[in-house]
Design a protein around this ligand. Sequence first.
Ligand code: MCN
Length: 754
Amino acid sequence: MSTTVSILGHRVERREDPPLLRGEGGYLADLVVPGLLHLVFVRSPVAHGVITSIDAGDARSAPGVVAVLSAGDLGINDLPEWPPPRPDQPPRRELSRPCLARDRVRFVGEAVAVVVAETEAQAVDAAELVVVDIEPLPAVIDPLEALEPDAPILFPEFGSNVVLELGSRDDSDALEGAEVVVRATFRNQRVAAVPLEPLGALVKPHPGGQLECLVSCQAPFQVRAGIARALGKQESEVWVHLPAVGGGFGAKGGCYPEVVVTAAVADRLGRPVRYVETRSENLVAMTHGRGQVQEVALGARRDGTLVGLEGRTVTEIGAYCWRGGIPWRTARLMATGVYRIPKVALESLGVVTNTTPVGPYRGAGRPEATAMLERLIEMLAAELGMDSIDLRRRNFLRPDEFPLETPTGASYDSGDYEKPLDVLLEHAGMAELRGEQRSRRQAGARRQLGIGISTFVEISGSGSEYSSVEVERDGTILVRTGASPHGQGHLTTFTQLVSGALSVPPEQVRIVHSDTNEVARGTGTFGSRSGQLAGNAIYRSAEAVLAKAREKAADLLEAAVEDVTVGEGGFAVTGVPARRLSWAEVAVAAEPGELQAEDDFTQEQGTYPFGAHLAVVEVDTETGRVELVRVVAVDDCGTVINPLIVEGQVHGGIAQGIAQALYEEIRYDEAGNPLTANLADYEMPSAAEMPSFEVEETVTASPRNPLGMKGIGESGTVGSTSAVWNAVLDALEPYGVRQLDMPLTPEKVWRAIH
Ligand code: MCN
């Protein structure tokens, strides 16, 4: 048996990995259920149109088919707009999202009908036989075109494609007093989350009416609420629990229409039903991320002091205002980043188009805001003839200014932005890098070097999370958490907290999660929240249980509480080594429920992790190909529970940031047909395209939670995307290229050079 581990800063190996590596994870598609029916969606091939008829006659008589159903058959309530534009505002009904299209389709891939059959192959074949007649309407794909007065309107009852709106560019003269102004239009392109396991649900109706829903998702309690609301049931009639989940990256956060339909079909047919998305469906049906046009200007005095930020951002919402508001709102919140920008006049619009709905994707607004700022800073430095690092330092918010409220309403907790930048520059060896760059430029080398920096702050961990810690009669410490891991290593870090707090070996700790029948309540895993919210809740529950158990042990040992110590093996009395009790002995003597504690740890304002990233690229000036040579990341997520897990999280985030900067882009043709609906057309990189990452950390505790933690799950994407973007544009500087949007594909780079 291994010994206990310290609560914080210990590089404990992930305890969740061995079963996954042995293939024993039990993903949704692998589950074997007797009598299982298979469900396949008939999806719209048209981006915008009116459904005139659905002919399911041939499909219904096809082999193995049990049912073919459309919106009218199932009568499911629509999914409300989420989140509403303002917390105090109710969702607008006219913008709600039907689970199956009723009269109109609004994007290619929208589910129109569902075929249920005895085997998956039969369902796929029968779905081909369903004839959906759609009278096409003009479609609008580009978010700027959707703003034009004569643009096709997606929701005529609402009357405008602008569904979200905050701020104004005319609020004040934000650039007043600026001696230098840089202006630019950036297109932060739309990308896909591409979790290795796509979306899926398996629903079993139980006698008595409860629906057991196994769902590949990030937030089982939200999914339970979503299914119950849509089917008009009580939440107690819906039981959501999760098999192993193969990634989500923000995009599995909500309750998808497909999941609701699967539940409705199982409920109606009284048989277990499974839906598993195909890879191509995943690229059109799962929410996309990013997608923001930024028309902005940054003004400064000649000495580099920033004066103001002015402009307009147009965020793509896709066809339905369903989770698109999350990145829209966060990008605005983080619009001033690590800098003191006294005046901001920013109009933030969210616009619907005939495309796949947009939602949170790792970073969800933070990488968009950082990319905008970090590019503007580089452009401004060039304009001022100033080193961009000096320009950053001159405008950083200072450690003694925290806590502070930014002009766009973010409430920063703590920060020391020079610290990671200093570590970064020392680690990277900037002088040598610049020297190497100079000599390649002088020699007119074919492979030019580019060095890109990004300094950033992001938001993590707002809201609350539930935990319960309980001692079972055999001494097992049973932890129940509302967090819902799908790759983040929670079993390891949460065990670490409990093992350290109670001085018990990790094997003695059992974590229960992702099950609405087993856990009293919960929020879920997204927004880099679980480490700090679930972690602090678990830590506080464990401390409370320890206090109760110590008192019980003192009673049993007939000693004063102050004399009872806890250590490996359980409880002992100071100075009397013979008087000892194990956790099990104390638990057996306790009343049921006596050794249990719950906590709902809440952080209204969240915490603000930050860092500095650097990328070095080689650009082949003859082919336009960009090769990433080095990535150095220095992140500050406050106190760290497990540096190994934190580094893993940073690695994953960096890879996705690089993917956006160099490779990935969701594209449509003018009629709204997806051009990137498979992994041959959508260029998702693999480990082969990545250099080995160099990762360092600094620690600036958050004052907002007992452990001093901030989040780390998304930082990698926030810092790396703009570091790589800046690096490529740095390499192209001698060619007079000032602006080039991501992804920096060979063709785009080559055209810019030539
Ligand atoms: N941690 C720590 N010390 C800290 C902060 C965190 O040891 N100071 C640990 C936590 O205990 C946890 C892990 O690091 O084990 C990540 O914690 P946190 O930053 O709180 O993020 P969440 O657990 O809330 O995970 C969500 C985050 C997000 S928003 C996305 S998107 C994302 C990510 O996690 N999606 C992922 N990482 C992912 N990793 C995998 N493998 N798959 C995904 O889909």
